[in-house]
Design a protein. Sequence first.
Length: 372
Amino acid sequence: MSVKISEIIKVIETIAPRALAEDWDNVGLQIGYHQQLIKRVLLTLDVTSEVVEEAVNQKVDLIIAHHPFIFKGLKTLSADHEKGRLITKLIKNDIALYVAHTNLDKAEFGLNDFLAHKLGLETVRSLDPSDPEKFYKLVVYVPSKATEKIVEVFGKNGAGAIGTYDYCTFRSSGVGTFRPLMGSNPFIGKVNTIENVNEDRVEAIVPEGLLRNTINQLKKTHPYEEMAYDVVPLENGRIINQNGFGKIGLLKEPMKGKDFTQYVKKVLNLSTLRGAGILPETVKRVALCSGAGADMIGIAKAKKADVLITGDLKHHDGQRAAENNFWVLDAGHFGTEKCVTECLEAMIIAGLGEKTPELITARGLKDYIFLY
Ligand SMILES: [Zn+2]
């Protein structure tokens, strides 16, 4: 089955909008074009020479990576340099490259949510909902006969999505008035005559990133020449929004601290695990942050987590954990993020269904940190 890159991107960015990415990050389509047809996709954490080699050998059309390949300003694409050589190779072989990084880390149902569920956590919430997307209440006035169509447009475009519900709208009925002026072409009524029409006021919550498109789509469907609508900023974005770095959730049953280390090793398929701080008697509330999340020690402790699982732990992070009587497990940057390929796979299959192109997980995935 072949599908356009734009359709794959839509699936990923509906869950992990590009606007969520950190300012320093570089995400999105890095090589290729949106209309390109894709039959085979290689999923990877990093783009390396081995991964590019594999992509060419496997004749894939697209690589989807977590870590940005083109990150800082490139001065040259000369194939005399490693990066230029790999980019040239990808372009020569018609292989596109797409990156979802901090937007995928921070998305409510992104990588950290995937990791949390892999570890069997329940009632999963954002550990640091520090980046709430702005939400608006969008109100549209519509003749009652066209209300259902308007509700459909709201839902189809992602307006009215709250937690695990979508199509959340509210309507109230009333009478609208208007007078078509000279030069108008009214759907209802006559020029220069004041009209009274039974209308519904339909409203739904819309995140900022979807607002403009939702209004445009509503205008296309709304029967009136001039659609009457209100856009009201909301203060409760933080409550609705579960985006942000890290997750916190509960284990189904409490575990002994020692048993928990074995459990994490087993679930994440690790031969070793580093730790710092004070090992608690039992573990029930678990905080996690994929990649490098030692900065979250403070917030994890404040939220009464029994442990923080992350990667890239440094000496002074361990010291901070010990001084705060808190327990941190370092499952490695690679250890906590290698499941990004499973996460992307599940996301694409759920979004594209039968249209899903062939998905391959890179064999060249590897940890750069060795344990002897
Ligand atoms: Zn990472």
